[in-house]
Ligand binder design. Structure first.
Ligand code: MLC
Ligand code: AMP
Length: 507
């Protein structure tokens, strides 16, 4: 039965004993071993009562089994909803409740915290640990190694990815089979991936970059991945000579460049380095070429749209630009006030349309209508311009967003926590430059009249409800916040004032 995403990413490898995952311990999982793992899991999903269109929320350490669970969901027609492992139980509660997930899979360590929540919300809880063990894999062991793929249409939903919002409430981006498949095929082709490629994979698999770009491209083109549990500098340096390609956020590149072991020789076997998810400094691009002779290929995407633009594979990869719209993707620069296309070269909001663009936000029609136009153009919230040669430059954001080490953080979510603390009148959270993470979180707090603030206790309060990567790395008490004539806090003024807080001081 047809299931375009399964057929084109997974089914094409049926019976192949070619390598798919190279693990750090030296073992290899072949395509057919992987498909068997997925098929057994698909049986479990069906046996526990999940039906096509049901949501499965997975907060899992990166492992071959976690990846097989993604494949199993696609094969069984279940909507896969991966969650950042850093999310707290509070944060996960929201995702389960909002998505109406019928099954939650987490590791044994989180099960005590999540079980009562899953029970209350009527979801079933299963476990899967970093070593692959757990209740789900236990049940899978006795299941058949093949599964009748559930029929799906291109327009059926395949995944939900939650993305935070300016109001502090995360939105579930609904991605169809075709959103994922069209992008994987386009990128595989555009970046010239073949079955000879070995991708050094150190990204998390709960976001677009690690799952729908890196993994799906390798699946679509038949290569293999050196599958690291996370970014680990020593392992990257050790294993790079065995790879041909790498995809990473800018922090990967700055960390590699900071290490003297990272040399031209070490990268001699590589054919492609791709960067995205956050701006790559032109300086990093230049230094990288000086050190290795390779020009990093920068591309631009989002949770809602997968990849939109890319620098050329052949041709000039320009530092500080994100290249051209990908084949099949339309891009225009519009006036945020009127929505009208601006003259070439002017800065405006970036809008995109194509088969990569999502279907909308789950059960949030008003938010969908605000960002996804009826004619199919999606308002990205990024500000950019086209240069004379047609390269897209991202020059800023029309959304109040911080990107730290490739993770998105919406200040509102943190401000809501800060504002609740004793003695706090109001707060403003901004992103400021950071040498390792690109940007990091700074919290500015105005005390209530006559109150004295306990900044340490306020910092602790953030830890209770927010994932570690969202914690303000510093809190500063201020007398008041700069406002414009409309009374809106001028975050640009704050960003200017505090831009050097985390930068190394030149001596
Ligand atoms: C970890 N920490 C972070 C952080 N990652 N803090 C802020 N921002 C981050 N991104 C915390 C850790 O919990 C730790 O806390 C401390 O910071 C230092 O940790 P570390 O050991 O230095 O971090 P590390 O584990 O090495 O992780 C850094 C990283 C990782 C950059 C390798 O964050 C990462 O893999 N980022 C990739 C994110 C990604 O895939 N984004 C794609 C989104 S998709 P403590 O308690 O020890 O101080 C998308 C669309 C698109 O955006 O276009 O691709
Ligand atoms: P996310 O919501 O995690 O999908 O993040 C998407 C956002 O990351 C985009 O809207 C951009 O602001 C940013 N982004 C992704 N790739 C790039 C890039 N190459 N350069 C600058 N910003 C980027």
């Amino acid at each position: 039965m047809p299931n375009p995403l399964y057929d084109s990413l997974f089914g094409i490898h049926a019976g192949k004993t070619t390598p798919f995952l190279h693990l750090q311990d030296g073992s290899v999982i072949s395509h057919s071993d992987f498909l068997e793992k997925a098929a057994r899991l698909a049986h479990v999903l069906t046996e526990i009562g999940l039906e096509p269109g049901d949501r499965l929320a997975a907060q899992l350490q990166k492992s071959p089994e976690a990846l097989a669970l993604y494949a199993a969901c696609v094969q069984a027609g279940v909507i896969f909803l991966p969650l950042n492992t850093a999310y707290t139980a509070d944060e996960v509660t929201y995702f389960i409740e909002n998505s109406g997930a019928r099954c939650v899979v987490c590791d044994d360590k989180s099960a005590d915290d999540l079980k009562p929540i899953a029970d209350r919300l009527g979801a079933r809880l299963e476990t899967m640990n970093a070593d692959g063990g757990g209740s789900l894999t236990d049940q899978a062991a006795s299941m058949p190694a093949s599964f009748d793929t559930v029929s799906r249409a291109s327009d059926d939903l395949a995944a939900f990815l939650y993305t935070s919002g300016t109001t502090g409430r995360s939105k579930g981006a609904m991605l169809t089979q075709d959103n994922l498949l069209s992008n994987a095929l386009t990128l595989g082709d555009f970046w010239k991936f073949t079955s000879d490629d070995v991708l050094l994979h150190a990204l998390p698999i709960f976001h677009t970059h690690g799952l729908f770009v890196a993994t799906n491209v390798i699946l679509a083109t038949g290569g293999s991945m050196i599958f690291l549990p996370k970014f680990d500098l020593d392992a990257m340096i050790d294993l790079m000579p065995k790879a041909t390609t790498m995809m990473g956020v800018p922090t990967f590149y700055t960390r590699l460049l900071d290490d003297a072991r990272f040399t031209k020789d070490l990268t001699a076997h590589m054919r492609l380095f791709v960067s995205g998810s956050a701006p790559l400094l032109a300086e990093t691009h230049v230094q990288f070429e000086k050190r290795t002779g390779h020009r990093i290929l920068e591309r631009y995407g989002m949770t809602e749209t997968n990849m939109n633009t890319s620098n050329p594979y052949d041709g000039d990869r320009r530092a500080g630009t994100v290249g051209f719209p990908l084949p099949g993707v339309e891009l225009k620069i519009t006036d945020p006030a009127t929505g009208k296309t601006l003259p070439h070269g002017d800065v405006g909001q970036i809008e995109v349309r194509g088969p990569n663009v999502f279907k909308g936000y789950w059960q949030m029609p008003e938010k969908t209508a605000a960002e996804l136009r009826e004619d199919g153009f999606f308002i990205t919230g990024d500000l950019g311009k086209l240069d004379d040669d047609g390269y897209v430059h991202i020059v800023g954001r029309n959304k109040d967003l911080i990107i730290s080490g490739g993770y998105n953080i919406y200040p509102k979510e943190i401000e809501l926590v800060l504002d609740e603390q004793p003695g706090v009148l109001e707060s403003a959270v901004i992103g400021v430059p950071h040498a390792d993470f690109g940007e990091t979180v700074l919290g500015l707090i105005v005390p209530e009249h006559g109150a004295s603030l306990d900044l340490e206790a306020i910092g602790e309060a953030c830890k209770a409800s927010l994932a570690r990567f969202k914690h303000p790395r510093k809190l500063i008490e201020v007398e008041d916040l700069p406002r414009n004539t409309m009374g809106k806090v001028q975050k640009n003024v704050l960003r200017d004032t505090y831009r050097d807080v985390f930068l190394p001081v030149d001596t």
